[in-house]
Design a protein around this ligand. Structure first.
Ligand SMILES: [Zn+2]
Length: 107
């Protein structure tokens, strides 16, 4: 029971806003892998920023959270529908840190 990949990709891209490029791959275990890139950082010749997270809806949320934080830190003037989820993203970050799951790997 999986929504089609391209439908998810369109929905995620719409939420992530005009600066983001959203791509969804399928890994060998048939899980969706969400990849969100920043067009502005790429265009400026900075090291391309991207969030890459495997694993269905959790992966989507984790990648989108990272994207929201990237937008607020690097592109404060940018507008994107996903910024409405900033408080929820901060809450999740706080909860993950409180749980101490030790995820520190960047990107
Ligand atoms: Zn950027």
């Amino acid at each position: 029971m999986t929504a089609s990949r391209s439908a998810r990709e369109r929905k995620a891209a719409a939420e992530a806003g005009p600066l983001a490029t959203v791509k969804i791959d399928v890994d060998p275990e048939k899980q969706f892998v969400y990849k969100i890139g920043c067009t502005e950082c790429t265009a400026k010749g900075h090291r391309a920023w991207s969030a890459y997270r495997p694993g269905g809806d959790n992966g989507f949320m984790a990648a989108m959270d990272r994207w929201i934080f990237h937008l607020t830190e690097k592109h404060p003037g940018a507008e994107a529908p996903c910024l409405a989820f900033l408080p929820a993203a901060q809450q999740r970050l706080h909860e993950r840190r409180a749980e101490g799951d030790g995820e520190t790997k960047p990107g």
